[in-house]
Design a binder for this molecule. Structure first.
Ligand SMILES: Cc1cc2nc3c(=O)[nH]c(=O)nc-3n(C[C@H](O)[C@H](O)[C@H](O)COP(=O)(O)OP(=O)(O)OC[C@H]3O[C@@H](n4cnc5c(N)ncnc54)[C@H](O)[C@@H]3O)c2cc1C
Length: 399
């Protein structure tokens, strides 16, 4: 039986997070954005509610929620300010979920538990100046020393919350000659010798969020801080990204919803040529597309949440959800701006400009739109097998 209704617990969670966003996030979103201010009070509020450990089991200090609940949280938080959904993506989606899956007992106690409570923030350092979509071309290295520890050198760039994170999950080549099979993952601490971080200035959007760089110079990392086996880094990164993409797709729903609500309000208020602009079919066309894209994005997110809840591989489905939802969010923000006319072009009169700026990054990070298109086409063509399965066949779609 297909039942898409929320449970009582999920509805209550939605109400709680919605209230938090309406009372704590939205009233200061404009001011925080203008001041390029990362509002630690809001992050503390999210931590107090357990949101930073939403899907981590209670034995490690999390709430132990399912993925529909995580989707609800990400949507509501991004409806308020994408800066904090970005934190949810890097801290919980990309970092903590990977520690839960691949971490040793020690790593879960020492690193995952404080992350789940939100007492320490965590980031995910994969991208480098010369390695974005092409992860295997990374240049960071991890050389094993005679005492078993690793010496890390390299530069990670465009890393969400790099300067604020106490724990950094970074990837480096333990075998520089072997492409993706030579990558390993390491848990670093911000105050380890040889690590420096800095924020990237003058970003196009996400002004109230932190995005930075990590410089590693002869950072000595104990062997016990390697996540997974040597050479397993690429596999771990791909798992992390399947988790991160889910939060990005879910968050995009919040942008579409906010843009739809703002557009409806404006279209009923603004009058031209003797009637409200909502009466014009060309304006209705933009609003109708937001409605359709919200619903289709939500269905893709829920389909993926179901797969994740079942513990099944979802690389194909999460890629579809992320691609469609983030493109839909950017289109919704663009159309919302159009419906607002000049009132949308300044933050003084409407927040649609902020949604527009913030909706641009998600179609670059966690797989650009082109990478998702390539994945889907190559799977359909049989050139690659996502989820370890053959391309979608009639049988697979029906079963
Ligand atoms: C705001 C922000 C936050 C980020 N946060 C993080 C983070 O927390 N951690 C992290 O590790 N990274 C992060 N990133 C980095 C992000 O993941 C990369 O920017 C992304 O993977 C793309 O890499 P690139 O920018 O180097 O583009 P490139 O890989 O250089 O691509 C450039 C262009 O070429 C296209 N292209 C590349 N290869 C192909 C191909 N095979 N076929 C077709 N087209 C192709 C791309 O689609 C794109 O249009 C963040 C980026 C941004 C903007």
């Amino acid at each position: 039986m297909l039942d898409l209704s929320l449970t009582k617990e999920q509805t209550e969670l939605q109400e709680r997070v919605r209230e938090f966003v309406d009372e704590r996030v939205l009233p200061v979103a404009k001011e925080n954005d203008e001041n390029h201010y990362v509002d630690v009070g809001i992050i503390e509020g999210m931590a107090e509610m357990g949101l930073l450990g939403a899907t981590i089991p209670p034995k490690y200090g999390g709430l132990g929620l399912d993925f529909v609940s995580l989707a609800i949280i990400a949507e509501e938080i991004e409806r308020g300010d994408a800066a904090f959904r970005t934190l949810l993506s890097v801290h919980l989606g990309l970092n903590s979920m990977s520690l839960l899956k691949f971490g040793s007992g020690m790593q879960k106690q020492k690193y995952l538990a404080p992350q789940a409570k939100g007492s320490v923030l965590a980031c995910f350092g994969l991208t480098e100046p010369e390695a974005g979509s092409d992860v295997a071309s990374m240049r960071s290295t991890a050389r094993k020393d005679s005492d078993g520890s690793y010496i890390l050198n390299g530069h990670k760039r465009w890393i969400g919350y790099a300067t604020m994170a106490g724990h950094l999950l970074v990837f480096a080549k333990t075998d520089p000659e072997a492409a993706h099979k030579g990558i390993s993952a390491f848990i670093l601490e911000q105050d380890m010798d040889g690590i420096t971080t800095r924020d990237i200035p003058n970003k196009l959007g996400l002004w109230s969020s932190s995005t930075g760089e990590i410089f590693m110079q002869d950072v000595r990392v104990p062997e016990e801080n390697r996540l997974g086996e040597e050479g397993e880094g690429f596999k771990i990164a791909m798992y992390s990204i399947d988790m991160g993409r889910f939060t990005v797709a879910s968050g995009a729903l919040g942008t579409i919803k906010a843009c739809l609500d703002l557009s409806v309000e404006r279209a009923k208020k603004r009058r031209t040529f003797g009637q409200e602009i909502g009466r014009y079919q060309l304006v209705q066309d933009m609003i109708a597309k937001m409605v359709l894209n919200y619903e289709t994005s939500r269905l893709l997110v829920l389909q993926d949440a179901w797969l994740k809840n079942e513990g099944r591989r979802d690389t194909r489905e999460v890629s579809l959800a992320k691609w469609h939802a983030t493109e839909s969010a950017f289109a919704a923000a663009n159309d919302a701006l159009q419906i607002h006319g000049n009132a949308g072009y300044s933050d003084e009169e409407s927040p649609v400009g902020r949604y527009f700026r913030n909706a641009r990054a998600p179609i670059i990070y966690e797989g650009t739109t082109q990478i998702h298109k390539m994945m889907q086409a190559e799977h359909a063509l049989g050139y690659r097998h996502l989820n370890g399965r053959s391309p979608a066949t009639k049988k697979e779609i029906i079963s």
